[in-house]
Design a protein around this ligand. Structure first.
Ligand code: SF4
Ligand code: SF4
Length: 104
């Protein structure tokens, strides 16, 4: 499992680097986030929940999407839209309420 951070979308809020339990996300000289050791990511998705700009893409394991599948989020005031993109490019959207985020 791993993530990728799009620096063009990153607004340098540093929320992801503060939340990652493995301290895997660092900040570069432009204050943008990057993942230093992607192979160490265990896919908790905490950084996706925190990112306000949808800059983080998570690559799905074979059991939930297979090769080429990915996941990204869209932040809204009271909820998060989770977009699962399967390898056949289908977009499956799931909505979660922020005040119930620990249920998931
Ligand atoms: S998915 Fe979890 S472990 Fe991986 S980079 Fe994000 S916060 Fe860290
Ligand atoms: S949470 Fe998103 S916008 Fe904020 S620093 Fe991380 S990648 Fe950039």
């Amino acid at each position: 499992m791993s993530i990728q951070i799009d620096k063009n979308k990153c607004i340098a809020c540093q929320k992801c680097s503060n939340i990652c339990p493995g301290n895997l996300i660092r900040i570069d000289q432009d204050q943008k986030a990057f993942i230093k050791c992607p192979q160490d990511c265990w896919g908790c998705t905490a950084c996706l929940k925190e990112c306000p700009s949808g800059a983080i893409k998570y690559f799905l394991g074979a059991d939930i999407g297979g090769r080429g599948g990915s996941l990204f989020t869209q932040d809204h005031p009271n909820h998060i839209d989770w977009h699962f993109i399967t390898k056949d490019s289908k977009n499956h959207k799931i909505q979660t309420k922020k005040d119930e985020s620990n249920k998931y």
